[in-house]
Design a protein around this ligand. Structure first.
Ligand code: IVH
Length: 674
């Protein structure tokens, strides 16, 4: 740093930065420029010249960062403070009405619930974290818990504020503000981008969503800077220092701070209005400059959102209504039968590649033999295929009017195509099953599930390696994974010494696992991620679940008789217990469930006053903290809830005066699921 920098230079740089941030917002976010493009460019050039001349005055918050920082070697990862959930889907009016009915039941109200509805942008979810008004981290959604840090890349997006807009001293930016939104590329920009890719002899992007995802994951931000990315903000993660009562108010406040909010959001409408708007939006979808694949319905009141809470995967206060699938015709080349981890035989149609709504499709599931007969789908048929959102493509029907007579009728095999064991059909089930425990297809699929991201998360142990390891006889059970050595791994295709070491390291790392992931990994029929979490928090330890009886299990909320039977059968079976013991003998450490609780009260601050009836004060505090909430001693505007028991003190008066929500013990128990 030189001894002296002319304070006028410092001031000039500061002024230019401030003005450029403001004009950027007026132009890109508000669509109301005050100066010409040429004037903007002139100011930007002047700033870059000054920053080059005085590198000691450079700043990560400068608008010049939009041209792209230096390339990275790899992306760091970051744990989201609040998990980035996804949304459940509604495909019909009755799904929407059911969602409304469930919400009313849960909120115990017969009155209308007000919803805010938003176009569901078809892009890439990102999180932007602001500390005291400055953008500090931009990240991808990743697996919902941990994302990749792409700060330099998001800074290149003109509609991402690098500094929040402050309006004098009227309202200061919150101390911490995590916003979430969708990064998209407009259809027009996408067309131009692909033209450019084509003229540079580079592979084309299949659709705007892939183009947005690919552009965000560039290690060189200068490449990202040249891509026509835009962002729309639709919600928040962790927020400190901002009190909001409704989703619509939240969006307005975010807009005030300089974020771009979709102009087609409709606020506070009843469920009839929601259905009506869904139709309108569906008609409008191709007139919008960017792709949308549906509409998101959100309960507007934040208090009701908290009360409704979330499941492991998605909020109960929001749902995505998908537009009707896009359909195309193509030809069935052959039908192949796959065998999954539970032994179920699934026929899959291999199709002549067809582009449906921007995605190349060459496979479609046919579900089971009954479905093939019902739809009368034959090999060689011309068929109508549809893709609904991200769901696996499926065949709607065969177009029998164009049959030539050379089409072949397909019948499901009587024996497993992988081990030749005769297949069985369980009572009341449409699917056929291979019951051979030693069937290589079942073992491969089970191990793939066991090692997958949501289970043991053995990085690098995917389908191709597992196939080879099973075929060579190195893997025939879950526990065998932990006995793999360097020599065995190195004997596989394309596996050198370094990759073998990496895989061994991932295997070692995977040995520390939460109870729910462990349960999920076992691949017990009907036990998905969410059920595994319910079981893990109910039973705490594997030993407890070993002894659980059908009658206890079936009464657990969310379980029911089919699942209870599947679980009881699994743990009663000596062979299964042995398999579990073998895994534990390999040094696998199952840690208790606490870490896996869904933080439904994340960031919410409570004040307790008065005496509670059915729990002690410290039990209530523990519950709040366990669900991610905080407890404070004094009431202020920052407080989300005052939990009032009998004979509350003066805190309740203060809460009333400040308009802070006051809840009784009953409502608290609902919010906290106690
Ligand atoms: S809200 C907790 N609003 O859809 C709920 N999501 O399956 C978080 N998306 O990953 C999502 N437009 O990337 C919400 N207006 C909108 C959205 C939207 C697009 C995406 C989002 C999310 C996925 C949910």
């Amino acid at each position: 740093m030189p001894d002296f920098i002319d304070p006028d230079i410092v001031k000039k740089i500061e002024n230019l930065r401030q003005e450029l941030h403001r004009h950027n917002n007026r132009y890109y976010v508000m669509d109301a420029p005050e100066i010409s493009d040429a004037e903007y460019d002139r100011m930007m050039r002047q700033l870059i010249e000054l920053e080059t001349q005085y590198p000691e005055l450079s700043s990560p918050d400068s608008p010049s960062m939009r041209v792209g920082a230096l390339p990275l070697k790899k992306f760091d990862s970051v744990k989201h403070t609040v998990r980035m959930l996804s949304l459940d889907n509604a495909f019909s009016d009755s799904d929407i009405l059911n969602f409304d009915r469930r919400a009313k039941k849960e909120l115990m109200t017969e009155g209308e619930i007000l919803y805010t509805v938003e176009p569901k942008m078809d892009g890439v979810a990102v999180e932007l974290v602001y500390e005291n008004g400055k953008l500090v981290i931009g990240s991808t959604r990743g697996d919902g818990e941990t994302g990749e840090v792409i700060t330099s890349n998001v800074k290149t997006i003109r509609t991402v504020p690098i500094l929040l807009q402050q309006h004098g001293n009227k309202e200061k930016a919150p101390a911490r503000l995590e916003v979430r939104g969708e990064v998209v590329i407009c259809r027009e920009g996408f067309k131009r981008l692909n033209e450019e890719m084509s003229s540079n002899d580079l592979p084309l992007f299949a659709n705007p969503r892939n183009a947005a995802a690919g552009s965000l994951r560039q290690l060189d931000p200068r490449i990202t800077a040249r891509r026509p990315l835009e962002i729309f903000i639709y919600g928040t993660g962790d927020v400190t220092g901002m009190n909001i009562n409704s989703h619509w108010d939240l969006l307005c406040r975010l807009k005030y701070f300089g974020f771009r909010i979709n102009p087609h959001i409709k606020q506070k409408i009843t469920i009839e209005g929601v259905i009506e708007y869904f139709r309108e939006l569906e008609k409008m979808r191709y007139e919008l400059p960017y792709d949308i694949d549906g509409m998101v319905i959100k309960v507007d009141s934040i208090e009701s959102q908290v009360q409704l809470g979330t499941t492991a995967r998605s909020p109960r206060w929001a749902i995505a209504c998908k537009f009707k699938a896009i359909q195309e015709t193509t030809r069935v080349l052959k039908i192949e039968v796959q065998v999954g981890r539970t032994g179920t035989l699934t026929p899959v149609a291999h199709l002549e590649t067809v582009n449906i709504g921007g995605v190349n499709v060459n496979r479609a599931t046919l579900h089971n033999g009954d479905e093939i007969s019902r739809k009368d789908i034959r090999i060689g048929d011309t068929v109508l295929v549809q893709r609904a959102g991200d769901v696996i493509p499926e065949i709607v029907k065969a177009i029998d009017t164009v049959r030539t007579g050379r089409e072949k009728i397909f019948t499901m095999p009587a024996n497993c195509p992988f081990c030749n064991t005769p297949v069985v059909q369980d009572e009341g089930e449409a699917s056929l099953r291979c019951t051979n425990d030693a069937c290589p297809a079942i073992i491969k699929a089970q191990i793939e599930h066991f090692a997958s991201k949501k289970a043991f998360n053995v990085d690098g142990l995917g389908e191709k390696l597992i196939n080879q390891l099973v075929d060579k006889g190195y893997l025939s059970s879950f526990a065998d994974i932990f006995y793999l050595d360097k020599e065995k791994i190195e004997s596989l295709d394309n596996m050198g010494s370094k990759s073998a070491e990496n895989l061994l390291e991932s295997i070692e790392k995977s040995k520390n696992i939460s109870f729910s992931r462990f349960l999920y990994a076992l691949g017990i029929r009907h036990v998905g991620e969410h059920i595994a979490e319910i079981l893990a928090s109910k039973y705490g330890y594997l030993e407890n679940l070993y002894d659980a009886k059908y009658d206890d299990l079936k009464d657990i909320k969310g379980i029911g008789p089919v699942l209870a039977k599947s679980l009881a059968d699994f743990f009663i079976c000596e062979k299964n217990r042995k398999r579990v013991d073998q895994i534990l003998k390999c040094g696998v450490n199952i840690y208790p469930q606490e870490d896996n609780i869904t933080p439904t009260l994340d960031g919410k601050i409570f004040v307790l006053t008065g005496t509670l009836e059915t729990m002690t004060r410290s039990e209530a505090i523990q519950k709040i903290k366990k669900l991610g909430g905080k407890v404070s001693e004094s009431v202020s505007k920052k407080i989300d809830f005052v939990l009032a028991g009998h004979s509350p003190g003066s805190k309740i008066e203060k809460a009333r005066a400040l308009g802070v929500y006051i809840i009784d013990e009953e409502s608290f128990k609902k919010i906290a699921g106690a």
